[in-house]
Design a protein around this ligand. Structure first.
Ligand SMILES: *Cc1c(COP(=O)(O)O)cnc(C)c1O
Length: 430
């Protein structure tokens, strides 16, 4: 951990409830109001002009920013020990927004090959339409990231705790490699959440979260957030990062990294990325996610405790070939878990059935309490057979590398009574 890591003003639980929010100034409403509006009246033409020129902060139009969404951005930034945030319509939108200020046509991103299946699709297929090129490497050996570096590499991307295989990456080692190459490290922290792991403490520059999962916490709202430490020195590399390091014609030649200093990346996220890509978060979703975050710490503790108990149960079951949960003593990722997420290994993991594809389909169809669906991070326990669902658009090789072979079942353990969950699995496995 870097020695100058800033100290938090309050404990995590306090920030989860209060960061970014204060009683509303006109009515005194204690709960953050939902500002369900698109636009904001200008005081006069001078004020309007200075807002559009980015000479003063304020609200213009909710595609760019919104007071309810701003509370969410500030809260997650505080929890991630970042200085600013940009909320987006979904986690996938957050990934594109995280990269938009960094990438140009022809540039490369080096990403872990053990990402969420949707991210492998997004990066491997759709990024090509922007002429962005993803190079995937096995994250188990951090040196693989170094070997894939070229002069076109602009960013390294990984998941702190990978969905679905319970893989933990040595963030600190990869951050060093990124910084030696003068590029930022972006970490997707969705499965760990800032409660279990804070990637910036280990050198990450930018963090993305799909708030759809544990942050909102009950499967009600899509959303994503990009947060930034403000520490990467974009101004030192204007040719590599022209979006931030060179004059922007539409803003009368201002250079983001010069004018906004350590807030350059976040300002660009609103003033250019949201303006042009339009993937803004809805105020109602931001509000629901704020309610979820208030209870994140106690929920995550219970998610982790239930998941560990179920992983241990499955490991001893005769029909189960293996269990991949970083919290198990048998996991090859146990020592990385103790370093990066000592409070627990989350609640999403996979296990393999001895009998393969058909048994996987029978299992997801025979559980009662577990819901068969493609989400994670809900209060309700969820089950999925990735090979026949979330990962079926990938090649066999990509699927197996991503930990989604034929025999694999993915669980997201919820907050029900753990005995009831074990009884449900027991019936189904029998
Ligand atoms: C779900 C997920 C995403 C995508 O988030 P959406 O909100 O569904 O767009 C990205 N990364 C990880 C690790 C995820 O689990």
């Amino acid at each position: 951990m870097s020695e100058d890591a800033q100290q938090d003003p309050f404990g995590f639980e306090t920030m989860a409830i209060h960061a970014g929010a204060s009683p509303e100034s006109i009515t005194g409403a204690r709960q953050t109001p939902i500002f369900q509006n698109t636009s904001y009246v200008f005081h006069d033409s001078d004020q309007a002009a200075s807002l559009f020129n980015l000479q003063q902060p304020g609200f213009i139009y909710s595609r760019l920013n919104n007071p309810t969404v701003a509370v969410l951005e500030e809260r997650i930034a505080a929890l991630e020990r970042c200085i600013g945030g940009t909320a987006t319509a979904s986690g996938h939108a957050a990934q594109i927004l995280a990269l938009f200020p960094l990438m140009s046509p022809g540039c490369e991103i080096i990403a872990s090959n053990k990402l969420y299946g949707g991210s492998l699709n997004q990066m491997g297929n759709s990024y090509k339409k922007f002429d962005w090129h993803a190079v995937f490497v096995d994250p188990d050996n951090p040196e693989n990231f170094r070997k894939a570096l070229t002069d076109k590499t602009r960013v390294i991307f990984l998941e702190s705790l990978a969905n679905p295989g319970g893989v933990i990456v040595d963030i600190e080692a990869v951050a060093e490699i990124a910084h030696e190459a003068d590029i930022p490290l972006v970490v997707d922290n969705t499965l760990a959440t800032p409660y279990l792991c804070r990637p910036v403490e280990w050198g990450a520059d930018i963090v993305v979260n799909s708030t759809t999962k544990f942050l909102s916490g009950n499967g009600s709202s899509l959303g994503g957030v990009v947060t930034d430490t403000g520490e990467f020195p974009f101004l030192n590399f204007p040719d590599k990062f022209p979006s931030l390091g060179q004059p922007a014609p539409e803003y009368h030649g201002l250079t983001f990294a010069e004018t906004f200093g350590n807030l350059a990346y976040t300002t660009y996220g609103h003033a250019v990325s949201l303006r042009d890509l339009g993937a803004s978060q809805q105020p109602m979703n931001a509000w629901q996610t704020l309610q979820g975050i208030e209870t994140l710490p106690i929920r995550m503790d219970r998610h982790c405790a239930n998941a560990l108990q179920i992983a241990e149960y499955l490991e001893s079951h005769p029909t189960v070939a293996w269990v991949s949960y970083a919290g198990l003593k048998s996991s090859p990722y146990k020592s990385l878990q103790e370093k990066y997420m000592p409070k627990g290994a989350g609640s999403v993991f996979t296990f393999g059935l001895k009998e393969g594809f058909d048994a996987g389909i029978r299992m997801v169809e025979s559980v009662n309490l577990f819901s068969h669906l493609a989400n994670i991070g809900d209060t309700k326990s969820l089950i999925l057979h990735p090979a026949s669902t979330s990962h079926r658009q990938l090649t066999d090789e990509q699927r197996i590398t991503a930990g989604a072979g034929d025999e694999v079942i993915r669980l997201s353990i919820g907050l029900e009574s753990v005995d009831d969950l074990i009884a449900d699995l027991n019936r189904s496995l029998a």
